[in-house]
Design a protein. Sequence first.
Length: 346
Amino acid sequence: MSPQVVVVGGGPIGLACAIEARIDGMDVVLVEPRTGPIDKACGEGLMPGALAALHRIGVDPAGRRLDGIAYVDAASRVEHRFADRPGRGVRRTVLHQALADRAAELGAERIQAKVTAVSQRADGVALTLSDGQTVDAPWVIAADGLHSPVRRMVGLDGRGQPGTRRRFGLRKHFGVEPWTSLVEVHWSDGAEAYVTPVDDRTVGVAVLGARPLDIDEVIAGIPELADRLRGVPAVSDPRGAGPLLQRARSRSRGRVLLAGDASGYVDALTGEGMRVGFAQARAAVAAVHTGNTEQYERAWRTTTRDFRMLTSALVVAARSRYRPRIVPMAARRPELFGSIVERLSH
């Protein structure tokens, strides 16, 4: 088997890489040990830019229209509605299936296995798989998640974060008709709760914070949200993710490129991980096409600059004594809040 590129990781960004490669005319093999739609703890809100990126590659997942973002605390609320076009709330499993169907339609091959070893040479990469196969290709794109095994295997794991400062995420769905077309971000003393409409009868609630983190306790500590969900049945089990901050020394080593969460991640606080990930998928495939990894590093830094700077600053503020002032300050400066939302959503 001699594909032009192997994509490791069959989540949304890995599938987007495979789709981009096929659109570019490359033979591609996707390596992923799991079958069926892969679920993950995430906010499930596709910003307008993420939805536009999906449409460009022929993917249009079913979901619920999102018109903007609201920040809410016990005393304040500020809203911004997207200026140009809406986003969409989409169940993670629905998004995954839509991408998987598109990749299959375009002829991306798939191997159900784990990567157990990576060996590089001047003109290619050999991957040893858990089923005993060896797959050889000129290029590999690793999109295998926050805790990327390939990132570790090629020596690109960055410095870890102290345990006391680590942030995690939990998500659960509730069977209730959405009460707004906005993503509501509720700020409590120690955590943020993202409420995202994902279809006509379901909202997802994702909470972000330090351990110990209990999604029901966080909801109970936010009176407005607790009232909305009182007596509403949960329609999914809690799922967790983290630590959210992950660093990579570089976005490539030799002929292996990192994309999505594997390439480094700050936090889910600004809700634009998918938009950034889809842009990385496009840039990674473009770099493979030209054979220029420096091109990908530059594109990665450009694509993620706003995300890294604004998210890092907001996370620092969220951990500081200024946390209680975040929503009131945004409410006093709605034009500034709106400009930040617009910049991050496109």
